[in-house]
Design a binder for this molecule. Structure first.
Ligand code: PFF
Length: 447
């Protein structure tokens, strides 16, 4: 166990885990979800979920990963050797990360495509309808999305083959702060727009009458997706965390930075949407159609458009790295493949599913599951079901299956750090978080 490679520094772990958390989910999905679910009301619910369910679940995943030093499947086997069924959570997680990766790379492919277009100043002078038609045209193309998805998966696999210290940690340490800096610049720019106050009001001012069951489940799904929870990715990263690192402060730093980036993304997008008369519920259009248009109308628009899509690509990359690492570690540890072979096989399988996912967006395609495109079905199955159920089972494992003394031992680094909050944290893990997640899951079915 101790021979295993681990992250080289505290900042390295935070950067890598925050890199996993911060991605298309924050910059593209969070504003879409907030826009579609009432703005400020969604935001308040989201914050509560991050604090009461996200943070304890993240701590739980880190504890499982570091205690066992293994991939999600091996971790449950090692911690509950007598009851094999718990390792089902691990299998579900590895399977879920593969599904997410496939549709994630589809969106990342659009991002790469938009990055290419912004480099050649393609958007200059185009109106909204033209850019929208262009975006819809891209979905109906065959080779262009395949090419950008292939490039994206290739870069992800390249970093993974390099390993933890040379790959994930090295790149995340550079990319994460760059991302943060770029977003701050964009947020400042957006706040100077004429309807900034209206946009910010919509985004941050809660109207509690808008909180419904649908808002709750969407906020829960978004929080788990955004924090990379419920599927073993952070168990995998936990297995690389050094024994003397403080798990609570690491998890706290990741939750805070992830939430901060989502807030910054909202501050960039909503003032712009209001200023240019774009519906906050616009969905995909918010990032891929209307923002290029917005940038084109701004002074220095070429530059802002370029850095925005560069930022989206960077954010997507650090997340996809973590998604691919989960199946790779599983294949190396459980099936004893070399890291290189495990990466190549997983990348090829991802590429195949990703191509099916993007081809399923063609008009009139037969690639449908229960009437949904494969792309939407992958998103729904993984985010709405597998992740939330995986998260619930993980937290139940810590609260009810793992011995309290083992949890406390790992959580307090063998009693070497005094953790005033440990009793409250354990209480939340045992009672509050599982009950709250269950209630939200049930509300979803009562819709
Ligand atoms: N958290 C990532 C995002 O917000 O874009 C997506 C993601 C990465 C989800 C890793 C799940 C995961 F395990």
């Amino acid at each position: 166990m101790s021979k295993k490679e681990s992250f080289g520094s505290k900042f390295g772990i935070i950067a890598a885990a925050a890199g996993s958390a911060i991605g298309l989910g924050n910059i593209y999905r969070f504003p879409c979800e907030a826009g579609a679910n009432g703005g400020g009301a969604f935001f308040i619910v989201y914050l509560g979920i991050v604090l009461l369910m996200g943070l304890p679940l993240m701590v739980s995943e880190f504890v499982i990963g570091r205690r066992s030093g293994k991939n999600p499947v091996g971790a449950f086997k090692a911690l509950a050797p007598a009851s094999k069924s718990w390792s089902g959570i691990g299998y579900m997680g590895v399977f879920c990360s593969f599904l997410i990766l496939a549709f994630y790379c589809t969106v990342a492919g659009w991002t790469i495509d938009s990055l290419g277009k912004s480099i050649i100043n393609y958007y200059h002078g185009l109106d909204k309808d033209t850019i929208l038609a262009d975006f819809n045209g891209l979905m109906n193309e065959t080779w262009q999305p395949i090419l950008s998805e292939g490039i994206f998966i290739f870069i992800t696999a390249f970093v993974i083959i390099k390993g933890v210290k040379q790959g994930i940690e090295k790149y995340s340490k550079i990319l994460m702060p760059v991302l943060f800096g770029i977003l701050i610049v964009l947020a400042i720019k957006s706040l100077t727009l004429p309807k900034a106050a209206e946009g910010i009001g919509f985004f941050l001012k809660p109207d509690f009458s808008k909180i419904t069951g649908k808002v709750l489940i969407n906020a829960l799904g978004q929080a788990f997706f955004s924090l990379s929870l419920g599927m073993g990715v952070l168990i995998t990263y936990g297995s690389y965390i050094a024994k003397n690192d403080n798990l609570t402060s690491t998890a706290f730093a990741v939750c805070v930075s992830d939430t901060l980036i989502a807030i910054l993304a909202g501050i960039v997008i909503f003032p712009a949407a209001f200023t240019f008369g774009i519906q906050p519920e616009a969905g995909n259009e918010l990032a891929f159609v209307t923002l290029p248009m917005l940038f084109d109308k701004m002074a220095g628009g070429y530059f802002f458009c370029l850095i925005f899509f560069l930022l989206l690509t960077i954010a997507a990359l650090t997340s996809s790295i973590s998604l691919l690492e989960a199946p790779v570690l599983f294949l190396t540890e459980e099936l004893h493949l070399s890291r290189k072979k495990a990466t190549i096989y997983s990348a090829i399988a991802t590429f195949v599913l990703c191509v099916i996912s993007s081809e399923s967006l063609h008009d009139g395609t037969p690639l449908k599951i229960f009437g949904f495109s494969v792309f939407s079905a992958l998103d729904m199955i993984s985010s709405n079901f597998l992740m939330t159920i995986g998260g619930l089972l993980t937290i139940l494992f810590i609260g009810w299956k793992m011995k309290k003394s083992d949890f406390m031992d790992e959580y307090t680094n063998g009693g070497t750090i005094s953790m005033g909050l440990r009793k409250i944290m354990y209480f939340i893990i045992r009672f509050i978080a599982p009950v709250a997640i269950t209630i939200i899951l049930i509300t979803q079915f009562m819709k």
